[in-house]
Design a protein around this ligand. Structure first.
Ligand code: FAD
Length: 454
């Protein structure tokens, strides 16, 4: 399979999924799902299970996007930590998210069992640790929030990685798998049950008359549907998500272990950006997957430097040197720290699922617990919380929106007149505000240098 990155990821040697064939009798569907990463593939299978006719399309192959460049931790906690979620969304929302997350992780396990997907799925504990007083304070806040919400977390005294730390908590029962084997397994089941899938087909044109959506693919065929879901990681074109999402790049390396790890485990520290690790076991051997050195895309981009720093870090602190693979990939952080899953604001019959940060295995799957219900006219607690049209305060969230100083200045200037841009000067440095512009609320963050209002 191919991927949208220069370096080959650890997962890429997986066999290509067979072409589904393109001779459909029907050119009209209930829903078109665009994008065959974890979001689109899981969703297409769920729609099929519910008897909703669906066409899945990808401009390349399954896993071409970030799903082919992930590290595939399947976690029940997020980059936006639960103390931040409680602070920004409230206790009840925190509890709802815990319940929704639990259902999502169960759903992945059920899929693996139901379709007998051989995807190197394992469960293990996650060790989140601090290395100094500031990090320990944060770790304590996270620990308290987990206790409050009933997420199984305990204080511990050691970690299964050769790293020094000040304090550590163990978050129990996390998952991990081979992401491409997982989506290929779901696609295989989708195919056996007659699912429609077009590979290597970009959408050349798109029309939504409010009743029907018509698309033209690169091979000049026309398909119609009542609904369309952008499962493209970020929805294409000019839309509110240009402002609400920030692109980051993360770097990953894989090393082969000479012996199996004493315990399968995942871990991360609390630096900003943080370093993250996990072991992976396959029939070919035992591996360490390590990542970090994330930065905003396009800001101080020097990939080779990031890889060198990561390589030095792993060799120096973890002591592994048998290099197997390295790659980088992009993820997108939302303005208030939670993803946008649901109806595209001001567009009839268009749905979107985006803004997962580094938690797209869980959130990408969660889309299948939200969007099919919405298509059937049902709201649920998750769909309300994750609605792409929500307005939330953003000041205290670490993962605030910004589009990069230069990019955002241009973007904002394109959208707003100069005089109106002045309202951003009233926002204190390093803080976010909701500002009203042309009777609409706009989430805006001003970075610490005051160089750009985002
Ligand atoms: C280095 C790194 C490590 C990560 N690690 C983890 C992790 O451990 N755990 C976790 O939960 N998350 C992790 N994430 C995040 C996670 O990988 C992503 O959020 C997730 O893979 C996104 O899946 P997706 O299906 O939404 O998008 P993608 O996988 O990007 O799929 C989108 C698909 O849409 C297709 N497409 C795009 N535009 C069009 C178009 N116009 N027409 C047709 N097709 C189109 C693309 O070809 C692609 O196949 C990580 C991210 C990075 C960068």
């Amino acid at each position: 399979m191919i991927r949208d990155g220069n370096n080959k990821s650890f997962w890429q040697s997986t066999e290509k999924i067979e072409d589904f064939g393109t001779d459909f009798k029907e050119l009209t569907f209930h829903t078109i799902v665009v994008g065959a990463g974890i979001t689109g593939v899981t969703l297409a299978k769920e729609l099929q299970n519910r008897g909703i006719s669906c066409l899945l399309i990808d401009k390349k192959n399954p896993g071409f996007g970030t799903t082919g460049g992930t590290t595939a931790h399947i976690n029940n906690f997020y980059d936006t930590s639960y103390d931040e979620i409680i602070a920004n969304f409230g206790n009840d929302a925190g509890r709802e998210l815990v319940v929704g997350t639990h259902k999502t992780l169960d759903y992945i396990v059920q899929n693996i069992r139901k379709y007998a997907v051989a995807c190197e799925f394992d469960t293990c504990d996650f060790f989140l640790f601090s290395t100094n007083g500031k990090q320990t304070k944060k770790l304590d806040e996270i620990y308290r929030a987990h206790k409050q919400l009933g997420i199984k977390t305990v204080e511990d005294s050691s970690i299964p990685f050769d790293l020094s730390f000040e304090k550590v908590i163990k978050i129990e029962a996390q998952g991990q798998f081979h992401p491409i084997k997982y989506i290929n397994g779901l696609l295989q089941a989708y195919k056996i049950e007659g699912g429609a899938f077009l590979l290597n087909q970009a959408i050349e044109s798109f029309n939504n008359d409010g009743e029907n959506i018509t698309i033209k693919t690169s091979d000049a065929r026309i398909f119609t549907a009542k609904n369309l879901v952008w499962a493209t990681h970020v929805p294409p074109g000019k839309n509110r998500f240009n402002l609400l999402l920030t692109a980051y790049r993360s770097y990953v390396m894989v090393f082969k272990l000479t012996d199996p790890p004493t315990a399968l485990a995942q871990a991360a520290d609390l630096y900003d950006p943080y370093h993250y690790f996990r072991y992976h076991v396959s029939s070919n051997g035992n591996y360490l997957i390590a990542g970090g050195f994330d930065h905003k895309t396009g800001v101080g981009e020097n990939s080779e430097k990031c890889f060198t720093e990561l390589d030095n870090y792993v060799r120096r602190y973890l002591g592994f040197s048998d290099f197997v693979a390295k790659w980088s990939s992009q993820y997108y952080v939302s303005a208030d720290g939670l993803p946008y899953i649901g109806r595209m604001p001001s567009e009839k019959n268009i749905y979107v699922s985006t803004g997962y940060g580094g938690n797209g295995m869980t959130f990408g799957t969660m889309a299948s617990l939200v969007i099919p219900d919405l298509l059937e006219g049902k709201e649920n607690e998750l769909s309300k919380m994750l609605s792409p049209g929500r307005i939330k305060p953003i000041a205290s969230v670490k993962s605030v929106l910004s589009v990069g100083i230069n990019a955002s200045k241009h973007l904002i200037k394109d959208k707003l007149k100069a005089k109106q841009v002045e309202i951003f000067d009233t926002i204190p440095l390093n803080e976010g505000r909701i500002v009203t512009f042309e009777n609409k609320n706009l989430a805006v963050f001003r970075d610490k240098d005051g160089g750009g209002a985002h």
